[in-house]
Write a protein that binds this ligand. Structure first.
Ligand SMILES: Cc1cc2nc3c(=O)[nH]c(=O)nc-3n(C[C@H](O)[C@H](O)[C@H](O)COP(=O)(O)O)c2cc1C
Length: 335
């Protein structure tokens, strides 16, 4: 494995491990943490272009980037959609909001998205997909990247063909999740099949799917021949994982996994960030899944009743106190 620099337009990325976009999870707060721990790139949550155009609050939040410290990483906004006019408007709005790169989603398997013929459904309509790509490329001067799957199903593994026409249309980087749409999240990601895409084009390819640690990261890079990798679900409760993998690939020493007091401090910091991103009432609710994930990832045992309190309490101050008590007990037991 050789360390590769990845060029996306004028941006040069010298870290091969990226955080995958995950709607409802990789919000500005989560991305800031991933960056702090050394992620090579992060991508916004998917923004449905038609809803953004209609001013829907959730999509406007996803586009907002005011308090995201991107350090010196380019800010990537991911759009989805199936109509040229909305994608064009979305791209322009993303530009105005300070995006550096625009990514188009051709990978989402959700019925809500595919019934509207967006996300991975567009892999069944390569001509339409190409028109949408061309529209976004033309809409602004920003570099455009795409994210897709291997194809719709086993009979239509057309990632390679779409990659070729996308690269011809000016797309600068492509991420491929090694599953078909019909697999949803079942089975295993097939990293080896991504090598066809790598061989077909001269732009950077990012391998994605089921990468959870340094071992699987190396396997995925080796089998696919991709230039970089993207980690999604394995970052639940471990926003440092992407940075750790990137560091090891660069033959640097990875930061230590936050434990005990350091983990508590990180969780409290993340909690505060979510309050400012979502506002108090909504923030308390959407932060719960992260608290749960952190504790699970750290294998911290919590009494059922206390866990219930932690995940249902509506007062941020009380939630933080419960969390402090959980850690007190955990650290006493470990001592
Ligand atoms: C909860 C969830 C939300 C996701 N949202 C998006 C999204 O907004 N845009 C996108 O391109 N992919 C999205 N994905 C797909 C991931 O980016 C990634 O391709 C997939 O999870 C496989 O990688 P992993 O095995 O590392 O998680 C989402 C996945 C999950 C689990």
């Amino acid at each position: 494995l050789s360390l590769k620099k990845i060029r996306i337009g004028k941006h040069i990325i010298d870290n091969q491990a990226f955080l995958a976009p995950m709607a409802g999870i990789t919000d500005a707060s989560f991305r800031s943490l991933a960056i702090k721990f050394g992620a090579g790139l992060v991508v916004s949550e998917m923004i449905a272009s038609a809803s953004l155009g209609a001013g829907q609050r959730e999509m406007v939040r996803r586009l907002k980037n005011d308090f995201l410290s991107c350090a010196n990483l380019p800010h990537i906004v991911q759009l989805s959609g199936n109509q040229e006019r909305w994608l064009e408007l979305g791209a322009k709005m993303a530009f105005d909001a300070g995006a550096d790169i625009i990514d188009i989603n051709f990978g989402c398997p959700s019925k809500k998205v595919t019934n509207g013929l967006a996300g991975s459904a567009l892999m069944r309509e390569p001509d339409k997909a190409l028109r949408l790509i061309e529209t976004v490329v033309k809409a602004t001067d920003l570099p455009v990247t795409i994210k897709m799957r291997l194809g719709w199903d086993e009979d239509n593994l057309n990632a390679k063909d779409i990659a070729k026409s996308a690269a011809n249309a000016g797309v600068k980087m492509i991420s491929v999740h090694g599953r078909t749409r019909q697999q949803f999240y079942k089975g295993k990601a097939r990293w080896g099949l991504i090598s066809d895409v790598v061989d077909a084009v001269n732009i950077p390819i990012v391998v994605n799917g089921d990468i959870t640690n340094i071992k699987t990261a190396k396997m995925a890079l080796e089998l696919s021949g991709a230039d970089a990798l993207m980690i999604g679900r394995a970052s639940y409760g471990q926003p440092w994982i992407v940075g750790q993998v990137g560091a090891v690939l660069a033959e640097e020493s990875p930061i230590a996994t936050p434990k005990d007091a350091a983990l508590l401090e990180l969780m409290l910091e993340h909690y505060e960030m979510m309050m400012s991103e979502y506002g108090y009432t909504h923030g308390v609710r959407v932060a719960r899944k992260h608290l749960n994930w952190y504790l699970a990832a750290a294998d911290i045992k919590v009494d059922k009743q206390i866990m219930h309190q932690l995940l249902t309490n509506k007062e941020a101050k009380q939630v933080k106190n419960i969390l402090r008590k959980i850690f007190q007990k955990h650290m006493q037991e470990a001592a």
